[in-house]
Design a protein around this ligand. Structure first.
Ligand SMILES: *[C@@H]1O[C@H](CO)[C@@H](O)[C@H](O)[C@H]1NC(C)=O
Ligand SMILES: *[C@@H]1O[C@H](CO)[C@@H](O)[C@H](O)[C@H]1NC(C)=O
Ligand SMILES: *[C@@H]1O[C@H](CO)[C@@H](O)[C@H](O)[C@H]1NC(C)=O
Ligand SMILES: *[C@@H]1O[C@H](CO)[C@@H](O)[C@H](O)[C@H]1NC(C)=O
Ligand SMILES: *[C@@H]1O[C@H](CO)[C@@H](O)[C@H](O)[C@H]1NC(C)=O
Length: 257
């Protein structure tokens, strides 16, 4: 598993929605109120606001260009993996992720002087469903085919760090811009089933699914960097960039109550 090389490409088409926004938006009035940047209890306020945002994320927030999060659709994810355990190229199409909004933040710190965020959250259960094509090897077994897949984890903990800078937009107002985001995740109980492998040869398909699930923890360790990239991209591009890029700093984190 040394020298694992991971490549990932995204085509989150919805991200183009956020490109080049130049009008200053207000935080929609019906959402839980934002937090004041000099509040002594800013971090508690952020944890609380994140919690209250759940029902709005479930349905989506059109004013901010947020799609519904239950399920959350990833149009296309390309994976290319070269390591001792896994060696394959795969494309996942229209992956529907359910359970993302069943989160609890245990930490949501905004370190205002240093312009950085530290978040820790726990998600109860995640289920993924979609179409795939794959070609390569897992362990010593070949894997090839296309069809539908289902995967799940019983529990997922994520830690996300983000550095932002203040930047003046074309309209002269100041926005927060993420310059660096990273994340790490831990999961328990990963499982996966792939339908349609080897042109539906059920014997080969059964063997391959058994190899996958007998070695699922090891395989997951190999795939972890890819999944962390997915989480990082969702957090940075979808959540932070869209909120921070549309709503001026002054309105998002007002200095005075
Ligand atoms: C996914 O697979 C299903 C069943 O094979 C098929 O009906 C559907 O059109 C596929 N979707 C995409 C985006 O390929
Ligand atoms: C993010 O990167 C910083 C600096 O490289 C590192 O200290 C931190 O542990 C990383 N955090 C996560 C959640 O990966
Ligand atoms: C996630 O965090 C919770 C609370 O700290 C812990 O009980 C659980 O075992 C963790 N899950 C994983 C997969 O690490
Ligand atoms: C495999 O079986 C599924 C479901 O029975 C079917 O939709 C699909 O077209 C089959 N694929 C191939 C390559 O025969
Ligand atoms: C493959 O698994 C399915 C579902 O468990 C079973 O119905 C089928 O008989 C198995 N096929 C072979 C060739 O073992």
């Amino acid at each position: 598993m040394k020298n694992a090389k991971v490549f990932i490409e995204f085509s989150l088409t919805l991200l183009s929605v956020f490109a080049g926004i130049s009008t200053a938006k207000d935080w929609p009035k019906y959402l839980p109120p934002t937090c004041h940047r000099f509040d002594k209890h800013l971090n508690n306020c952020l944890v609380d606001t994140a919690h209250k945002m759940k029902p709005f994320l479930v349905k989506g927030i059109p004013e901010l260009g947020f799609p519904p999060f239950e399920p959350f659709i990833l149009p296309e994810v390309k994976l290319q993996q070269g390591s001792s355990a896994l060696n394959f190229k795969a494309t996942l199409i229209d992956t529907a992720i359910s359970g993302l909004t069943d989160y609890e933040f245990t930490r949501f710190d905004f370190d205002v002087p240093n312009m950085q965020f530290f978040c820790e959250c726990s998600i109860r259960q995640l289920r993924l469903k979609g179409n795939y094509t794959v070609k390569g090897k897992i362990l010593i077994a070949p894997i090839e085919g296309s069809g539908t897949f289902e995967a799940s984890v019983d529990n997922c903990n994520a830690t996300v760090y983000q550095k932002v800078v203040e930047e003046k937009g074309k309209n002269g107002l100041t926005y927060l811009t993420p310059v660096f985001t990273n994340s790490s995740i831990q999961v328990s109980g990963p499982k996966a089933v792939l339908q349609g492998l080897f042109d539906n040869n059920s014997q080969l398909s059964n063997i391959t699914n058994k190899v996958i699930n007998d070695n699922v923890n090891e395989l997951f360790q190999d795939l972890k960097p890819v999944l962390e990239k997915v989480v990082t991209n969702i957090m940075q591009d979808l959540l932070f960039k869209s909120i921070e890029g549309q709503i001026p700093f002054q309105k998002l984190y007002p200095p005075i109550p």
